[in-house]
Design a protein around this ligand. Structure first.
Ligand code: SF4
Ligand code: SF4
Length: 430
């Protein structure tokens, strides 16, 4: 197998950043394109399919060759009829489109694989376990370009003047991307990086945009969602212990529970209240995908079972507990229990923001980029440059550590290296 994909530093562009070359190490029969994009207000994948379909289809062909798959299935929301009409005439004979409903979390790999193939990935497993590989749209666009990954597409939405999907050099500040979307429409503001449901709070608008950032949700500083993300473990624990009435709504809507996996967040909440730490009630916690549906949508008490599950994952690991049961099978009411994204938007307090993100081709001259050495699953990359060195866009600046899982990182602008400690900083000079 050639090393080109590894050399280009291609990683999953919409999630944790799994190195793409590793996904192709075992042949499969089915290749799945994740174009579900179910995070509220994000539109990047749809816009890439509309504006960069040549690169997308070139990447899909390369992915098919490397994965050995015989069939490709593009999972995209059926409501995006105009995108499907653009793709359909260009589909190779080995590819088909699977229209998805407009629900959350349609883009969860386990849910998507089930929806488009009927196969259930086993608890703790991978799509490979059911003879499939899943790649995100932007990952395929990057493959189709056959060059180092130096640019990042993302939707900037929420409290901005002109929500948009923009392209920036990897490592550009979030502030620059927000300015490309017309600037903030609220001051002061906070930023959820990656989305309203599975995002993380930015420390500062000067934080860099990495290879895995699919969107920025800008919100007024006093927005309830930001307050929710700022709750610390002490508050989560105290509220959970005092207010959970064991209504089980969190479990009954949990997408992984509905697939038959052993995760039952209400039991994690029960263990929080009554049980000592090494309790078998929490043994299913590691199978939580952290979609946040239980905490941000299902719980009528505004509690946080997701973060309780995240806490329990560590407890389960340290205690050496193992789930040894058998999957229950897919719940017969799974389809009826999927929350429509429109309802989710209302529940999150995002309804008054524009739910659009058209691609805007803005040329921006970025003077400085910050390239963290870990923008992917695996070990941090090892710098290959020194302070003072002049680099050109596309030059390797940090490489996968020897025999490690990881990804190469390349200069995203021409300039001079001004820092290599924990991150590579490049500034345009002279
Ligand atoms: S939905 Fe909320 S109140 Fe109900 S069991 Fe889950 S955490 Fe407790
Ligand atoms: S975050 Fe909640 S709803 Fe999502 S998988 Fe975990 S327990 Fe289930």
């Amino acid at each position: 197998m050639p090393d080109d994909i590894r050399d280009w530093g291609v990683v999953g562009a919409g999630g944790a950043g799994f190195p793409t070359d590793i996904k192709y190490r075992r042949a499969v029969d089915t290749f799945i394109v994740n174009a579900a994009e179910c995070e509220p207000l994000l539109h990047k994948d749809k816009e890439l399919l509309l504006h960069f379909s040549d690169d997308f289809f070139a990447g899909l062909a390369l992915a098919m060759e490397r994965s050995g798959a015989r069939e490709a299935i593009i999972g995209i929301k059926g409501k995006y009829r105009h995108v499907i009409e653009v793709l359909a005439p260009r589909l190779p004979k080995w590819a088909r489109i699977h229209p998805l409903g407009d629900y959350y979390p349609a883009g969860d790999e386990f849910v998507l694989v089930y929806d488009v193939t009927g196969r259930v990935i086993p608890p703790g497993g991978l799509p490979l376990d059911v003879d499939a590989v899943v790649n995100n749209v932007e990952t395929l666009v990057n493959l189709g370009r056959r060059r180092p990954v130096t640019q990042k597409y993302l939707t900037v939405a929420g409290a901005v003047r002109s929500p948009a999907t923009v392209c920036v050099p990897v490592g550009t500040s979030m502030r620059t991307a927000i300015d490309m979307a017309g600037g903030p429409a609220a001051e002061p503001y906070g930023i959820l990086v990656g989305g309203a449901m599975m995002g993380k709070l930015a420390q500062s608008p000067d934080d860099p945009i990495t290879k895995t950032v699919g969107g920025l949700i800008v919100l007024p500083e006093d927005h309830a969602l930001l307050r929710w993300y700022r709750r610390d473990w002490k508050a989560i624990n105290r509220l959970g212990k005092s207010a959970c009435d064991q209504c089980v709504f969190c479990t009954e809507r949990c997408p992984r529970y509905l697939l038959g996996h052993p995760i039952e967040p209400h039991k994690a909440m029960r263990a929080l209240m009554f049980a000592p730490e090494k309790d078998m009630l929490i043994v299913g916690a590691p199978y939580c995908c952290e979609c946040n549906l239980c905490s941000l949508f299902s719980c009528p008490e505004n509690l946080d079972p997701k973060n309780v599950c995240v806490f329990d994952k560590q407890v389960v690991r340290e205690a050496g507990l193992k789930w040894t049961g058998k999957p229950r099978g897919v719940h017969p009411l799974m389809n009826a229990r999927r929350p429509p994204v429109a309802k989710l938007i209302a529940k999150l307090g995002l309804r008054h923001f524009h739910n659009t993100g058209p691609y805007v081709d803005i040329a921006v001259r970025v003077e400085r980029v910050i390239l963290p050495l870990k923008q992917h699953v695996g070990a941090p990359s090892v710098p290959t440059v020194k302070v003072g060195e002049r680099v050109k866009e596309g030059d390797l600046v940090a490489a996968v550590a020897q025999n490690a899982i990881g990804a190469n990182i390349h200069a995203s602008i021409d300039g001079v290296v001004t820092k290599v400690n924990g991150e590579v900083v490049i500034e345009r000079k002279g």
